[in-house]
Write a protein that binds this ligand. Structure first.
Ligand SMILES: Nc1ncnc2c1ncn2[C@@H]1O[C@H](COP(=O)(O)OP(=O)(O)OP(=O)(O)O)[C@@H](O)[C@H]1O
Length: 365
């Protein structure tokens, strides 16, 4: 199947700044892909090239297999949704939805039909005569998206549409956005620096750093099998613990010793002996009451309550480890024993920052 959007070795330089470096990725029809990364990593520049507002320094952009670089933005049939879902406040929902079609010179009878159909799909029929400034945020999101979709774009680009909204609103809009996308099977490229947004809505996430694609995969792949230290640290909340460790190999069996544990067998693979990083997510550390204050027991320095769960900050041989546990299980100052879920641990090469592939113990046994 021809991808809906394909970027091939796309590059953009602004004088000496390499904003985007040899970026290749493709989106299938109906796929929701997020470009995720910190500020300055090249997300917006990538979007601007796809939309036609920036000219690539090298590489190509194909929509339905056709190169679009020579086309001006208005001829690309790409829908854009901007920050805050700006809708025309003085115009009715009907006029907002009709706007793009009117600009294209679509006859009024055709326009009215398309607006009616879109309003029905997005549950806006009862609001067609309401002014833009009388809408709540959920309605506004639907109008902003509907206004773009009614023009039947081949592809929709969204650039941090929720970045200025408060957290609880973002949470409800995320669910709604995913629902709309699933219903309409629209191909979406969504730019965000917010990993929760990317994780909750995307079919696949493309993680970028300093102009380079680090990894592309499903939210679960990105979370469970990050390719390198950057992705491991960027994804996950609370963030992954990186524990200095000493690797010992015995044939193809890989084990590590840390400040608090000896000979933790991780699985089979190829690792070089020496000092590396053991990556463990806070949800993959189990807490048990310590039998005594001896070796294997660690003091809880402080707690952060999230509601049903708490983040424990545990003094692990001088390093503060974060572990997540049900609220009320432990108090500040308690000593706890730690059990690591080694089937989920990552071994990160300290020289290359690459996560080393390991066959888990069960499969290896
Ligand atoms: N028009 C421009 N002229 C010069 N440099 C630019 C221009 N646009 C972007 N850059 C640079 O390119 C790099 C990537 O910027 P870009 O805006 O694409 O990143 P981003 O990930 O979208 O970040 P943000 O979320 O802050 O917008 C940055 O170093 C930025 O300073």
């Amino acid at each position: 199947m021809t991808p809906k959007l394909e970027l091939r070795d796309l590059e953009k330089r602004f004088d000496e700044v390499e904003a985007v470096k040899r970026l290749s990725l493709s989106l299938d029809q109906g796929e929701f892909v997020s470009l995720l990364g910190p500020s300055g990593c090249g997300k917006s520049t990538t979007l601007a090239m796809v939309a036609g507002f920036e000219t690539p320094t090298a590489g190509s952009i194909l929509v339905d297999g056709q190169s679009v670089e020579a086309l001006p933005p208005q001829r690309r049939r790409i829908g854009l949704v901007f920050q805050d879902y700006a809708v025309f406040s003085k115009l009715s929902v009907r006029s907002n939805l009709a706007f793009g079609l009117e600009a294209k010179g679509v006859p009024s009878a055709v326009r009215a039909k398309a607006v009616k159909a879109m309003a029905e799909r997005l549950d806006l029929t009862g609001l067609l005569d309401r002014r833009g400034d009388r809408l709540n945020m959920s309605e506004m999101q639907r109008v902003a998206i509907g206004r773009v979709l009614v023009t039947e774009p081949q592809l929709v680009l969204l650039d941090e549409p929720m970045s200025n909204l408060d957290a609880s609103l973002r949470a409800s809009l995320r669910g709604e956005m995913k629902l709309i996308q699933k219903q309409l099977r629209q191909t979406i490229l969504y730019v965000t620096h917010d990993q929760v947004e990317a994780m909750s809505m995307s079919d696949r996430i493309a993680v970028m750093s300093m102009g380079e694609l680090q990894q592309i995969g499903s939210p679960e792949e990105i979370y469970r099998r990050p390719r390198n230290r950057f992705v491991a640290e960027f994804i996950g909340d609370p963030p992954i613990n990186l524990i200095p460790c000493e690797v010992q190999t015995n044939g193809d069996q890989v084990a590590v010793t840390t400040a608090g544990h000896r000979n933790l067998v991780l699985g089979r693979g190829r690792a070089t002996a020496g000092r590396h990083w053991l990556g463990l997510r806070p949800h993959d550390i189990r807490i048990a009451p310590a039998a005594d204050a001896g070796a294997g027991s660690f003091p809880v320095r402080f707690l952060e309550t999230l509601g049903a769960e708490e983040v424990l900050h545990i003094d692990y041989g001088g390093q503060l480890l974060q572990a997540v546990t049900p609220t009320g299980a432990v108090r500040e100052g308690d000593r706890v024993a730690l059990r690591f879920d080694l089937t989920r641990a990552l071994l990160i090469d300290a020289g290359t920052d690459i996560v080393l592939p390991l066959e888990p113990l069960e499969a290896a046994a």
